[in-house]
Design a protein around this ligand. Structure first.
Ligand code: HEC
Ligand code: HEC
Length: 213
């Protein structure tokens, strides 16, 4: 696929999902007490400030994440378009108002990144982030995820994300995301990009992102 057609597909898919999201209810019917009980639970895995956590495997950072992206992923776990047994169990009991309240809550957290990636990869990673890999038809990450990697709407924030989580996601993209072929989602936009990056390039860009505030 050419860069242009990837971008066009992206614009179309995003416009589509935004319309679908507009139906969601507000968070009026969730009490502070219920919300706190739920967020305390999320933090047992995702870190006390939603900054992510390294256990047996990396738990992603949720802090500062775009609400629309968070909502899309929680729906994807529930509908098994994104396969993860742990998060299926967590997400399928959430009411729509709770889901909205959680996404607003995590958006507003702003802890320091956990870091921990090899520093010597950062410069190469920054170049990939800003310029893409033209020879491999990989567009600049910044063109969708933003110049400071904060994301927007359905494009996720990547700044401060755990490098080992990013590595695992980009090396397994097609096995975990977009699993309901009859109901394609925004994950299709990232498929060719994840596929066309080498493991060394993924490690570099993940290292760069993991240190961004
Ligand atoms: C028992 C541990 C556990 C708990 C509790 C938990 N999560 Fe998760 N969560 C995970 C793991 C593991 C992943 C990574 C899945 C993967 O690798 O694809 C994840 C992924 C996610 C993602 C996708 C993030 C991304 O960047 O794509 C979201 C959103 C999420 N969790 C939200 C929540 C919320 C909200 C709660 C509380 C209601 C919660 N999680 C509770 C373990 C947990
Ligand atoms: C054409 C737009 C576009 C470009 C260019 C792009 N992305 Fe993405 N990316 C997306 C979208 C949209 C998603 C959300 C997919 C979903 O909802 O399933 C995403 C998701 C991701 C995720 C998953 C985040 C998470 O929390 O699990 C990672 C990691 C990622 N992109 C890294 C990159 C990197 C690295 C580059 C550059 C090499 C890049 N992206 C270029 C659109 C893009």
């Amino acid at each position: 696929m050419s860069v242009q057609s990837i971008l066009l597909t992206a614009a179309f898919a995003i416009a589509f999902s935004t319309a679908a999201q507009a139906e969601n209810k507000d968070s009026a019917s969730v009490s502070q007490k219920e919300l706190k009980a739920k967020t305390d639970y999320c933090k047992t895995c995702h870190g006390v400030s939603g900054q992510g956590f390294r256990g047996a495997f990396p738990m992603p950072r949720l802090a500062g994440q775009q609400p629309e992206y968070l909502k899309n992923q929680l729906s994807a776990f529930i509908e098994r378009r994104r396969t993860n047994p742990v998060m299926f169990n967590v997400a399928h009991v959430l009411s729509p108002p709770m889901l909205t309240a959680l996404t607003t809550y995590f958006r507003d957290l702003d802890p320091k990144p956990l870091g921990g990636a090899p520093r010597e990869l950062v410069a190469a990673g920054k170049k990939i982030y800003e310029e893409g890999v033209p020879k491999a038809e990989v567009p600049p990450c910044a063109s969708c995820h933003g110049p400071d990697a904060k994301g927007a709407d359905a494009f996720p924030r990547l700044a401060g994300q755990l490098h080992d989580y990013i590595f695992r996601k980009l090396t397994n993209w097609d096995k975990e995301r977009g699993q309901d072929k009859a109901n394609p989602d925004n994950s299709a936009i990232m498929g060719p990009i994840a596929h066309n990056l080498t493991e060394a390039q993924i490690k570099a860009v993940a290292a760069y992102l993991s240190y961004l505030d």
